[in-house]
Design a protein around this ligand. Structure first.
Ligand code: SF4
Length: 223
């Protein structure tokens, strides 16, 4: 495969909040996207998807880290160079028929597709990145989303799906409790207070993304 066209390297975004505190919207996010690829990003409301995309669009600047487009750090661009880079990166909102001209052909497009619905992301994307509380917790080739090892949060997202052939006698699984506030991110694993498999190490050490099989990374102490 070619080199990535877009690389998000160790990007953290914090917003100042009252009382001298900071809201952490993105925490050390690492992601890349190949030319011609569709990368899905999925997670609950408030997980940091939109802030991440706003930084790719250069509507926000990272607090730290870099976003490289064709090997150039977007934050370093000014004036004409910045305007030219913006011509190549566009936002498409929920009604694409209003966003695209029916008279123009699109070829060789690279997409980051953000959505709450993991089944839709599965259908639309080559790879899926799962975000929780500002962290990437798993990146998986989408064809493997229905099989194999999964982060407990990804499993919970899958369990909460409705489908026409589901067993309606079976109780609907949902994730216990609400996600913590991004103003008060817990130490260790960000999912620890909602995870049924939480261990003592999860409360003290933040799990790093690890490759568990080719192209599949998970941030969880179980793996
Ligand atoms: S690191 Fe621990 S708390 Fe976090 S998802 Fe894995 S098992 Fe659960």
């Amino acid at each position: 495969m070619s080199d990535p066209i877009l690389e998000i390297r160790h990007v953290t975004k914090q917003f100042p909040a009252s009382g001298g505190r900071f809201l952490t919207a993105n925490n050390d996010v690492n992601l890349f996207c190949y030319e011609g690829e569709t990368l899905g990003v999925v997670g609950e409301s408030g997980c940091g998807k939109s802030t991440l995309i706003r930084m790719v669009m250069q509507l926000e600047e990272p607090t730290s880290g870099q976003i490289l487009f064709r090997d150039v750090d977007l934050a370093s661009l000014r004036g004409r160079a910045r305007r030219q880079a913006r011509r190549h990166i566009q936002m498409v909102f929920q009604d694409p028929s209003d966003a695209f001209s029916p008279k123009m052909k699109i070829k060789n497009i690279t997409m980051i597709f953000i959505c709450h619905d993991i089944s839709l992301v599965h259908c639309m994307s080559h790879r899926t990145a799962v975000m929780y509380l500002g962290n990437i917790v798993e990146v998986v080739p989408s064809r493997q989303l229905c099989t194999g090892l999964m982060h407990p949060y990804t499993e919970a997202l899958k369990e909460a799906l409705f489908s026409v052939d589901m067993d309606f006698e079976k109780p609907i699984e949902s994730i216990e409790s609400e996600a913590p506030s991004p103003l008060d991110v817990p130490a260790g694993c960000p999912f620890r207070d909602r995870c049924g498999r939480c261990m003592p190490v999860c409360r003290s050490e933040r799990p790093e993304l690890k490759e568990v099989e080719p192209g599949h990374v998970i941030a969880c102490h179980l793996f």
